[in-house]
Design a binder for this molecule. Structure first.
Ligand code: SF4
Ligand code: SF4
Length: 218
């Protein structure tokens, strides 16, 4: 899932305060799960905008939460609202914001969130980065634990030698050393021979910007 967090209200208000008819647009998928842009967060932000703009008699805040902001069909359904709004405040991830901007071509679309990483919910209110979308997945060699993302130095041949007592990372004692996790997992799977194989430096040419995948068949 994509993890995001809301921008500070002051930053949002500076972007949007001179518009009157504002649609606050959430997203019912990833950013709902990470408590950043679901129905509840849209309602809270809409209330904050109404309070901040209470002296503006022309201020009209509307709310909508499509299932996915990054799907053209789901945003197209909202297109008939365009004549009634001056600006959209997107509470989707960066892909959502750009999808909406591509459809609502005549009005500005502003991001209310900072999109941060690809991750998973590890505990209540805690999301952890898991994948950097490197385009050349190594998980087969590392017991399903990503060294690119979860090792503080992104080492493909670890550990670095600085691992702290208790298996914590030398860069951040709050975090587990990814290579300790990898070792333990491979040991459990009787695959420790993988630890002895040297991995060539990563070819970041696999990461092409912008990334495009064309399916040949379905
Ligand atoms: S190796 Fe690359 S694709 Fe695989 S999980 Fe790590 S960052 Fe993601
Ligand atoms: S202690 Fe472990 S996770 Fe931290 S930088 Fe070194 S190898 Fe990577």
């Amino acid at each position: 899932m994509i993890v995001a967090e809301r921008k500070p209200f002051e930053e949002i208000w500076n972007m949007i305060s001179h518009y009157n008819r504002i649609l606050v647009l959430g997203c019912g998928t990833c950013v709902t799960i990470c408590w950043a842009g679901g129905e509840k967060e849209v309602g809270i932000l809409a209330s904050q905008l109404k309070i901040a703009g209470e002296k503006n008699n022309e201020l009209i805040i509307t709310e909508s939460v499509p299932e996915r902001q990054c799907e053209i069909e789901m945003i197209q359904e909202l297109k008939d609202k365009e004549g009634n709004i001056d600006a959209i405040l997107s509470m989707g991830c960066g892909a959502g914001v750009q999808t909406v901007a591509g459809i609502f071509t005549d009005i500005p679309v502003f991001p209310a969130l900072n999109t941060t990483f690809l991750g998973m919910p590890e505990a209540e209110g805690l999301w952890v980065e898991m994948c950097s979308a490197c385009g050349d997945c190594y998980l087969a060699y590392t017991g399903g634990i990503c060294p690119v993302t979860r090792c503080g130095k992104g080492l493909l041949n670890g550990p670095c030698g600085g691992t702290r007592k208790g298996g914590k990372c030398e860069i951040d004692p709050e975090k587990d050393c990814a290579w300790v996790l990898i070792y333990r997992r491979l040991e459990k799977l009787s695959m420790l021979d993988l630890m002895e194989q040297y991995r060539e430096p990563k070819n970041y040419r696999a990461v092409k910007r912008p990334g495009i995948i064309r399916a040949t068949a379905r």
